[in-house]
Design a protein around this ligand. Structure first.
Ligand SMILES: [Mg+2]
Length: 265
């Protein structure tokens, strides 16, 4: 993987004269990862940049997040942006509103699992269950390390029957375990879907997708955009499929500023 800023000449040339469709992960990409995800805020500087970019004629922005749709919309708080919340199960933005169809009975299963998790883990500090309507997240970032085995065992016991019957899927993340619909829908598919939609809506062929993300789930998008766009992993190391990397969220802001300057000239 190459660092973006060490390959600026090439990158600038590839952006020239293109409509840029920016796909941005939120946590760990636009904001640093913190121990209390509900306190995460996007800096004024980054928000202002996103706002300006979203108003550019030759630029579109989609925020791709695992957070619930309402949460991510509130946190970013800009109108001219497409929000893909809840792992893309819900997508909303200018002239777009889409909710993934889930199998019959799925929502009921989710409620059963939620009840079980809440009951068995109510005494464990630093754990909470988040109901995102089409998915369920068990957060344990603040839990005592010695409790992790217990927490994971409870999760496993609560979901295993549904999992073997293909009633649900699970998704592990950073200090989080999630129950999601048993459908094939990942960040790669979301990005290609949104991209195809944009190509159709704008009747443009010279659209360059740029995807920036730090998560394992972002790898699906990196794979989907191979040879189609610019993919950027956020972080120091890792076996990412992305073409380039940026070290941290500060560098992401710097790169957004660079795109802004390019589009202003
Ligand atoms: Mg992330």
């Amino acid at each position: 993987m190459r660092h973006i800023f060490h390959n600026l000449g090439k990158i600038k040339r590839s952006l020239e004269g293109k409509y840029l469709f920016l796909f941005l992960d939120c946590d760990g990409t636009l904001t640093p990862i913190v121990n209390t995800p509900n306190k995460v805020i996007i800096s004024q500087k980054t928000r202002r940049l996103l706002d300006l970019l979203s108003r550019k004629k030759n630029c579109g922005i989609a925020i791709i997040s695992g957070r619930s749709l309402d949460d991510i919309k509130k946190r970013v708080g800009l109108n001219n942006i497409i929000y893909s919340g809840n792992h893309g199960f819900q997508i909303e933005g200018p002239k777009i509103k889409h909710e993934l169809a889930v199998p019959l009975g799925y929502k009921k299963v989710l409620q059963c699992i939620k009840a079980q998790l809440k009951e068995k883990l109510c005494g464990v500090k630093g754990v909470f269950v988040e109901d995102k309507k089409l998915s369920l997240a068990l957060h344990f970032r603040l839990a005592d390390k010695r409790q992790l085995t217990f927490i994971k065992t409870v999760f496993h016991e609560s979901i295993i029957l549904y999992l073997v019957k293909n009633k649900i899927k699970i998704r592990p993340g950073k200090k989080i375990l999630e129950v999601i619909p048993p459908v094939h829908w990942d960040k790669g598919r979301i990005v290609l879907w949104l991209l195809a939609r944009q190509v159709f809506a704008l009747k443009k062929k010279n659209i360059l997708p740029i995807y920036i993300g730090d998560d394992v789930t972002d790898e699906d998008a990196f794979k989907a955009l191979k040879n189609k766009g610019l993919t950027v992993f956020v972080g120091e190391t890792g076996n990412s499929k992305a073409d380039y990397y940026l070290k941290d969220t500060k560098e992401v802001t710097k790169f957004l500023r660079l795109i802004m300057d390019l589009k202003s000239n």
